[in-house]
Design a binder for this molecule. Structure first.
Ligand code: ZN
Length: 272
């Protein structure tokens, strides 16, 4: 029986590349039309001809030749060529930490054989944004990306209607901790910080992936609140805690980089 034909898949983001033995690699790829692809690369680390340089590195966007598995088992990689690197040629450590967090999140949200172009676009857009951002902007970028991840997973709270009474939120809303959605002025629990209509518009744009450049429109304390609420929901969509979460907490969420929620309560009046 002839070997199954090689299919060239592009673009595909390398989510992971796990070395096996001296020369082989198990690569996990994310592609818009095929979802997650786990493939075995024989001789990847010894064949300069089939695998250009270090093509199979996390964050690379590649064109990959994949040969379907003959029986039960893993498809094999016949080759890989780099198209681009999402974080750029020489990311800083904070950029790597933020990018790793989003790459790991993408790996948990994607499914084998399940086309998910929005998840692919989310992965590329927000990791590229991390590669361009200053360290000080990374916590806000991650919070905006977390909102986008909720949207991609179909789990974002309704930013236009009160979750309790259905009233329009054109005048702004509260996003109370532990609530299953936003609250209008009448339904707002005492003390819940208020988000203005302008803030909600930025959150809506971030959720749709359309606001990478508007992230700076909100202050760090607002993004800290959004990240807190988004994470409380995101963990329902994820298969487990993100290993990179610890590095994010150590590197990007220092008191200097992300003011606490107590500070937010003090500034909430300004955004009303
Ligand atoms: Zn209400």
């Amino acid at each position: 029986m002839p070997a199954p034909a090689i299919e060239w898949i592009a673009p595909a983001v390398v989510l992971r590349a796990q070395p096996v033995g001296d020369a082989d690699v198990v690569a996990v790829l994310l592609c818009p039309t095929r979802g997650r692809i786990d493939a075995f690369g024989r001789g990847v680390r010894s064949s300069r001809k089939r695998f250009e340089g270090a093509a199979l590195q996390p964050f690379n966007v590649v064109e990959a030749g994949v040969q379907p598995a003959r029986k039960a088992g893993m498809p094999t990689l016949a080759g890989a060529v780099v198209r681009s690197a999402l974080l750029g040629p020489s990311p800083s450590y904070p950029q790597l930490v933020a990018g790793s967090y989003l790459l790991e999140m993408a790996g948990q949200l994607c499914q084998p054989g399940h086309a998910d172009p929005p998840l692919f676009r989310w992965t590329v857009a927000w990791i590229e944004a991390c590669g361009r951002a200053d360290e000080a902007a990374l916590p806000a970028l991650l919070a905006a990306a977390e909102l986008g991840a909720l949207s991609v997973a179909g789990m974002l709270v309704d930013l236009r209607r009160c979750a309790r009474c259905g009233a329009s939120l054109h005048a702004g809303a509260a996003w109370p901790a532990g609530a299953d959605g936003l609250a209008c002025h009448g339904c707002r629990p005492a003390g819940a910080p208020w988000l203005s209509a302008a803030v909600l518009a930025v959150l809506d744009a971030a959720a749709r992936g359309a606001a990478v450049e508007r992230v700076a429109d909100l202050d760090a304390a607002t993004w800290a609140l959004v990240s807190d609420r988004a994470r409380a929901q995101l963990h329902h969509a994820l298969r487990g805690p993100l290993r990179a979460g610890m590095a994010v907490a150590d590197t990007l969420r220092s008191p200097a980089a992300a003011p606490t929620l107590a500070a937010f309560a003090g500034s909430a009046g300004r955004s009303r």
